[in-house]
Structures are given as C-alpha cells and as structure tokens.
Design a binder for this molecule. Structure first.
Ligand code: SF4
Ligand code: SF4
Ligand code: SF4
Length: 163
C-alpha cells in the first residue's frame, strides 16, 4: 500500500471508525448484511474482532494483529465478508499515521512498533524523526496495540492509488 507522503497531514476526522473485519463489503452494504451474529468474532483466534458500539462487528487491533487466516470469512454466511476477494484484495483499506506523541520522535529509545512488525515495514533510519511505515506494510495492525502511547492511528487512504 502506498502511504501518504506526509503522515502528519491527516485530519483526525479521517480516522477510520469503525474498521470493519477483513474483506468486508462497502460500509453501506455491510450494515444491511451483517446481523451482528458474532460468528466471525468467535472464529478469530487472534482476538481482532469484537462487537462494536453499533451492534455490528468491527476490527480492533488493540489486543492483537490479523494473520489473514480467513477464519472470519469462512464463518460469515451473510455475505458481509467477501471470500472471493481474499486472494486478490487487501484485507483492510487503511493507511497508518504516527502521531506527534510518538516516544521516538521525542528522542526516547522506543522501537516497540518495529519489534512487532513481521513485515519489516517500519524503519527508523530517518535522522531522529521517528518511525516511518513503508509500502510493504501488510495492514496486519500488529503494531497498533503494543505502542505504549497509542500513537499509531489508522486513516483512510488519501488517493486512489493509496490502497
Ligand atoms: S483473517 Fe483471521 S486473524 Fe484476521 S480477523 Fe479474520 S479470523 Fe481474525
Ligand atoms: S500494520 Fe504494517 S507496519 Fe504495522 S505491524 Fe503490520 S505490517 Fe507492520
Ligand atoms: S511503538 Fe509507538 S511510541 Fe514507540 S516508536 Fe512506535 S509509534 Fe513511537
């Protein structure tokens, strides 16, 4: 996924809330198809999915990252998650922004997000500017929960080529 050139340009209003499960259909259709049965929640071994405030399911990376196992897809018999897209389409459509409260940006030796990134998609060789998320980010969300200050936010991609 190609990320915005300046990750600080995002408006907080662009933060994705709620983030639906992987390979979810469009939001307007999701609300019609998902009946809140929680089958996908029960299927997820990583603890990524939960019941949202609206009664429907959403992804929440605070307690785990997605390993793209597809168990949630298999569990959904309402057509709210598109199994046929698993091999061709990104599971989630978001860009990552690192907040100004990032400890590394303040000179602290934190590298936690990098430690949790199996894709080696976080780089720190930027002259003390803190972490930079690279294009090979898989969108697994594994970096989100471990950040000690909650500095990793998910935003809508800002251009047609950004997801
Ligand atoms: S793909 Fe697997 S890990 Fe990811 S949300 Fe679905 S069940 Fe959980
Ligand atoms: S969301 Fe991207 S940057 Fe974060 S751990 Fe996953 S691959 Fe790495
Ligand atoms: S884990 Fe959070 S505070 Fe630490 S370097 Fe990464 S974004 Fe910054």
């Amino acid at each position: 996924m190609k990320l915005p050139a300046d990750l600080q340009q995002h408006d907080p209003a662009d933060t994705i809330r709620p983030l639906r499960p992987p390979w979810a259909i469009a939001e307007w259709a999701f609300a019609a198809r998902c009946d809140g049965c929680q089958a996908c929640v029960r299927a997820c071994r990583e603890g990524v999915l939960k019941r949202g405030a609206d009664g429907l399911v959403e992804a929440d990376f605070r307690f785990g990252g997605c390993d793209f196992c597809g168990a949630c897809l298999a569990a959904c018999d309402r057509g709210a998650l598109r199994r046929e897209l698993r091999s061709t389409t990104r599971a989630f459509r978001f860009a990552i922004a690192i907040g100004t409260d990032c400890l590394a940006r303040a000179g602290e030796p934190c590298r936690t997000c990098q430690d949790f990134c199996d894709s080696f998609a976080i780089r720190f060789d930027t002259g003390g500017q803190g972490p930079v998320v690279l294009d090979n980010c898989s969108g697994c969300g594994a970096c989100v929960g471990p950040c000690p200050v909650g500095s990793i936010k998910l935003y809508r991609p800002t251009s047609p080529g950004s997801a």
